[in-house]
Write a protein that binds this ligand. Structure first.
Ligand SMILES: C[S@@+](CC[C@H](N)C(=O)[O-])C[C@H]1O[C@@H](n2cnc3c(N)ncnc32)[C@H](O)[C@@H]1O
Length: 277
């Protein structure tokens, strides 16, 4: 039964049409959170909706309503508990990895699991990999565990996220992964010329850090540059890459462009892969 089915007898037809058909679940079989965007017209019915959601997913112990878009440097959103337990720390399971986190303190999206696996499939055992904007470490950990590269370093500015990242390294028993607290602008320097691959999963502003990424890469290193863009504006995004490379007197070759997830009307989270020669 869908959430709408469960609410059929409790809401009017008009209200039912407004019930979101998708929401995120973060956690495992025993304890999970649901994060849902309740339209303002349904605010008075939010408890009813949360009750139905908890009936549908028995592992959901807390239902949180999105009260703001992602914002600020940490890319977190305001989340209000509408039903359930106040403890919102969970262990999310994905691709055989476990991530402990609290979405009220850090960024995490369960929708990006396939993308993390795609990157892991591209990496290999000989590589040193830098993950800029590493959050609680999901990209770093999936790649470290699946591709078994020589070394993965993740740089993250949110202290809460770095604490979770360190705990996640322990939880997944990884010895090839290191979490570094700080701003990519300052912390990347230590890895200049040492990396075979750099991931840049901060689509809003990652273009501001292209020079750091290029500087980290060895000859023939690969960068995965994420951005939000309309399909017909990809050329402009590629231009920012070319400008950064030119400034550093490095040649680049574009590889693939991948639409990762829809973001808004005609806008996609897009990954532009390029090789630094
Ligand atoms: C979109 S989130 C992605 C997090 C993680 N890679 C994931 O997929 O869950 C971007 C992350 O970059 C961090 N961040 C933003 N600016 C940063 C900077 N200048 N240096 C390091 N981390 C930064 C934020 O705190 C946030 O955790």
């Amino acid at each position: 039964m869908t959430l709408k089915d469960l609410l059929k007898k409790k809401l009017t037809k008009k209200e039912l049409a407004l019930v979101p058909s998708s929401f995120d679940i973060i956690g495992d079989r025993d304890k999970a959170l649901a994060i849902i965007e309740i339209p303002p017209e349904l605010k008075k019915k939010q408890k009813l909706i949360a009750t139905a959601l908890m009936k549908q997913h028995k592992n959901v112990k807390t239902v949180l309503a999105k009260r703001s878009p992602r914002k600020g440097i940490y890319r977190t959103m305001e989340l209000k508990i509408i039903k359930g337990k106040r403890d919102t720390e969970v262990v999310h399971v994905e691709s055989g990895c476990r991530f402990i986190l609290d979405p009220r303190k850090v960024y995490f999206s369960p929708r990006e699991g396939s993308e993390r696996l795609r990157i892991a499939e591209l990496a290999n055992e000989k590589e040193t990999i830098a993950v800029f904007f590493a959050g609680v470490g999901p990209f770093a950990i999936v790649v470290a565990k699946k591709a078994k590269p020589k070394k993965v370093i993740g740089i993250e500015i949110n202290p809460d996220a770095v604490e979770y990242f360190k705990e996640n390294i322990r939880l997944n028993k990884l010895e090839n992964t290191e979490a570094i607290l700080g701003d990519v602008k300052k912390k990347a320097e230590k890895f200049y010329g040492l990396c075979d691959r750099v991931l840049m999963p901060l689509p809003e502003t990652s273009s501001e850090y292209l020079e750091e990424a290029i500087k980290c890469l060895k000859k023939n290193g690969i960068c995965h540059f994420y951005c939000f863009t309309e399909e017909d504006k990809i050329k402009e995004k590629k231009k920012t890459v070319l400008v950064a490379a030119k400034k550093l007197k490095r040649k680049i070759k574009f590889l693939e462009v991948t639409k990762v997830l829809p973001y808004g009307p005609r806008i996609w989270k897009t990954r532009i892969d390029f090789l630094v020669l």
